[in-house]
Design a protein around this ligand. Structure first.
Ligand code: GDP
Length: 447
């Protein structure tokens, strides 16, 4: 990878009314710029109170100056931080002055990209920096912090080492064809592969939870028209966002609402009533409802005592692995007390969107699905990480078939090689420029 040779600068903190504005500079010219701004050579990691001046010697602002020489800095390069008053005009003038002295404006995410290129962070950690900045819930922020500290990367790395060890065995066996069959039939090899698959399955589950902590649990609320979906969305969101009427077929589009339940983020989508209809607009709504189901982490089926059994068919459009919750609504009409049960792994809850009875249990259930209370080991993950882990799982399944059933060493070796590649993409051991561009381009400027 090409190491950057120029010096970048950006306003690193959004200037607020009375806040501090931070200008960050990174690259080989940072020490020279620091020298000019301070009027002498700063000691590493010392805070100086200084007057920042323009080329004519006019004071632009007063503030703190800090110098972090390479490699002990965020980017791994020489870094200079100027902390001034949180005024956009002053910060802009200061930025222009720093650019006169040899820096250029940084692109979004360029500081973190440099940290990655200089080996300060791996790719998953760098992504966690952006996720931490964008976190919408406490649990999400905590999880992103752990990923930034390398908790997820460490797990990936451990698996990667075991996968490499297995590859070494299999590749060695292929190199000695006369012993290959015996070698591949060795139960220790099969066992090694089994252990790897088990560890991967557990990492995938945790990464899926990490994705929910990061993105929020995507819940599609489904059910026949008039079941009470909009009423429920309003009750959970605490607003009158969806239109509630007694005429079947009101919710024609997909309504989304972000809800934070005790620090857990939920993305609720109220879908159109799933029914066959002649109405053109409503049909479109139904089509979108099916689309919403396809991308949901969980589906909440809203029904009532009378229709519950028939409505279960609405779960059919769900992707495998999505959680299912059945809410028997309108218990106030049926004179049923709120309660909960689990039937064949599906949670059933009895409640009323109108009176609010039983909704606390529903909130608890959703929080749990969103990853709440699942321990300190949680880390955040992104969809691309989950997809990579799913590919690794598939490759390992194929490798196991090739090895154990058909004793096809070459085939197993190739699948393991691909598995290693997919795993390496998570931390950036293998990464294309396109991927890096997409990841760092989504950062804000100054990070
Ligand atoms: P949707 O079509 O599934 O979104 O259903 P709505 O939320 O629009 O509700 C349809 C009708 O059922 C409205 O008149 C609601 O007031 C009513 N409703 C919703 N939930 C309850 C409930 O728990 N109890 C009672 N009695 N009525 C409800």
């Amino acid at each position: 990878m090409n190491q950057p040779v120029d010096t970048i600068a950006a306003i690193a903190s959004a200037p607020g009314a009375a806040g501090v504005g931070v200008l960050r500079v990174s690259g080989p010219r940072a020490p020279a710029i620091a020298q000019v701004m301070l009027g002498r050579t700063p000691q590493p990691r010392h805070a100086y109170f200084a007057s920042f001046r323009d080329a004519q010697g006019e004071v632009i602002d007063h503030g703190l100056l800090l110098h972090f020489p390479a490699p002990a800095s965020y980017t791994g390069e020489h870094v200079l931080e100027l902390q001034g008053h949180g005024n956009a005009v002053l910060l802009d003038t200061l930025l222009r002055r720093v650019c006169e002295l040899g820096a250029r404006l940084a692109r979004p995410g360029e500081f973190t990209e440099r940290a990655f290129l200089n080996g300060k962070l791996d790719l998953a950690q760098a992504e966690a920096v952006a996720d931490l900045i964008a976190a919408r819930s406490q649990a999400g922020a905590r999880a992103a912090l752990r990923s930034m500290e390398g908790v997820f990367s460490q797990r990936v790395e451990t698996l990667l080492q075991k996968l490499i060890a297995l590859r070494v065995h299999v590749e060695a066996a292929i190199d000695f064809p006369e012993e290959e069959i015996d070698f591949l039939a060795d139960p220790a090899i099969a066992q090694q592969l089994e252990n790897l698959r088990a560890e991967l399955a557990s990492l995938l589950r945790e990464a899926q939870r990490g994705l929910r902590l990061n993105d929020g649990l995507r819940v599609a609320i489904v059910g026949r028209p008039n079941a009470g979906k909009s009423s429920l969305l309003n009750a959970l969101a605490g607003s009158e966002r969806a239109i509630v009427t007694a005429v079947a077929g009101t919710t024609r589009d997909v309504l989304r609402e972000s809800v934070a339940l005790d620090g857990m983020a939920l993305e609720l989508a109220d879908t159109a009533g799933l029914r066959d209809t002649a109405d053109e607009i409503e049909r479109e709504g139904v089509r979108r409802a099916h689309g919403e189901l396809q991308r949901a982490d969980a589906a909440l089926l809203v029904t009532d005592v009378e229709h519950a059994a028939a409505d279960l068919a609405l779960f059919d459009a769900l992707p495998a692995g999505a959680e299912r919750v059945v809410l028997i609504n309108k218990i106030d009409l049926a004179h049923v007390v709120p309660h909960a049960e689990t039937r064949d792994g599906v949670r059933w809850l009895w409640a009323s969107a109108k009176t609010g009875e039983g909704l606390d249990a529903l909130r608890e259930c959703l929080k749990e699905l969103a990853g709440a209370g699942s321990g300190e080991g949680n880390f955040s993950a992104r969809r691309r990480h989950v997809l990579a882990l799913q590919e690794v799982r598939e490759r390992l399944d194929h490798a196991a078939n090739a090895l154990v059933i058909s004793r096809a060493g070459e085939l197993a070796a190739e699948e393991l090689r691909q598995a290693q590649h997919a795993l390496g993409e998570i931390t950036g051991a293998y990464s294309s420029d396109d991927l890096l561009g997409a990841i760092f381009g989504s950062f804000c400027i100054g990070k």
